[in-house]
Design a binder for this molecule. Structure first.
Ligand SMILES: Cc1ncc(C[n+]2csc(CCOP(=O)(O)OP(=O)(O)O)c2C)c(N)n1
Length: 373
């Protein structure tokens, strides 16, 4: 179905969410017609925030907002759904649009398999009526579902459309950019040159895939790296947990701006806890590049100042390979927690692969590696 038809059948004028590659047609469409516009379309830090933002929209307009997300975002909405939106609490209606990664029977990456299996079940558990949209769903069928859903929404309940792979199509792709030129993969290569045997916790998305391929190309094995393939936004907390138990090891976190923003409270806990052996690097391309390049707010705020205010002892910035080398030389010598913001361009290699080892193998190799330090 054309994304324009889908959006017009929803009949909403406020959209918020976190981008998803399977919802690329929807995200690109919203960016084309609204851009980021406080009245009509905001990209939220996480899906729970999006649900709360949409609740505020409903409270002030009485209208029905749309919240879009990858199914991995279901975890982040459970709390606001259960304790804010539920008809047993405030009864705030909204339409969820959920990209269905890991649908049973469709091959997908390990981090999507379990989430894919429980996607409909979670909505059922939350008493949210759900309709699955497939490639062959017609406009007429969707209109009919939407008219049933309107009755549910009038009762102050939520509804959801779960979107199968390829179900929404777009005529025109959107393009995204920023002023920077350093490729994320080149930045990671510089970091991997520097970190020796130190453990690295890397973030969800292409950054971890690039780190995996760099190690593979160098024949270095994968034991040094914990690739946080799911659980977006939590890499820095995993790194903190390791750093605190292994004060003799220098622990690196390679984060993304979207991920760092998603659970930014983690930076406060890192700063306040003050592990001297933790270096937190944010590869900041001002975008959710992995899922299509839709913007984050990092271009409009100062992540470096936030890190300083949170209590990181040393905060630096870089936007070239030389600056990364200088910064890492300095940071290695200073007491942590340290923070490095690396300004990167958008884009990645078209032939970038996926980890060929399983997350369980990764965990075991990583734990074995930690024991050798
Ligand atoms: C909770 C959750 N929401 C959404 C996603 C989908 N997702 C995977 S990677 C990614 C973008 C990450 O952006 P950023 O951290 O800035 O890294 P970049 O892709 O730009 O390198 C998103 C939204 C996810 N994995 N988990």
């Amino acid at each position: 179905m054309k994304v324009q038809d889908f959006v017009s059948i929803l009949g909403a004028d406020f959209f918020t969410g976190v981008p998803d590659s399977q919802l690329k047609a929807l995200c690109n469409h919203l960016m084309r017609i609204y851009g980021v516009d406080p009245k009509h379309h905001l990209i939220a830090a996480n899906e729970g925030n999006a649900a709360a933002l949409a609740a505020g929209y409903h409270l002030s307009t009485g209208k029905i907002p749309v919240v879009y997300m990858q199914n991995s975002g279901e975890g982040n909405i459970i709390n606001p759904v259960a304790s804010l939106l539920s008809p047993d609490v405030y009864g705030i209606p909204m339409i969820f649009v959920i990209g269905w990664r890991g649908e049973p029977g469709v091959k997908d990456e390990p981090q999507h398999v379990y989430q894919g299996k429980v996607t409909l079940r979670l909505m059922e558990d939350m008493d949210i009526p759900c309709a699955v949209v497939s490639q062959d769903t017609t406009k007429e069928a969707l209109e009919e579902t939407m008219s049933d859903f309107r009755k549910v929404l009038r009762e102050g309940r939520d509804v959801a459309f779960v979107i199968r792979k390829g179900a929404l199509t777009e005529d025109e792709a959107a393009t995204y950019g920023n002023p920077y030129t350093l490729l994320r993969e080149d930045a990671i290569r510089e970091i991997a040159d520097f970190t020796g045997d130190d453990p690295i916790v890397s973030t969800t998305g292409k950054a971890s895939r690039e780190l995996f391929e760099i190690r593979e190309a160098r024949g270095e094995g994968h034991g040094r790296d914990f690739l946080t393939v799911g659980s977006m936004g939590h890499a820095s907390s995993i790194a903190l947990g390791i750093a605190l138990q292994r004060p003799e090891a220098r622990v690196w976190c390679i984060d993304g701006d979207g991920a760092a923003l998603m659970h930014m409270g983690a930076m406060g806990v890192i700063g306040a806890t003050g592990p001297r052996n933790l270096i937190h690097i944010v590869l900041d391309n001002q975008a959710h590049e992995t899922v299509g390049g839709m913007p984050t707010v990092s271009g409009k705020i100062r992540l470096d100042e936030i890190a300083k205010a949170c209590g990181y002892r040393k905060v630096m910035q870089a936007q070239s390979k030389e600056e990364i080398r200088e910064a890492l030389t300095a940071l290695r010598e200073t007491e942590g927690p340290a923070f490095l913001q690396v300004h990167c361009a958008l884009g990645a290699r078209a032939d970038l692969g996926r980890p060929t080892t399983s997350p369980r193998e990764n965990k075991e190799a990583f734990m074995r590696h930690l024991e050798t330090l």
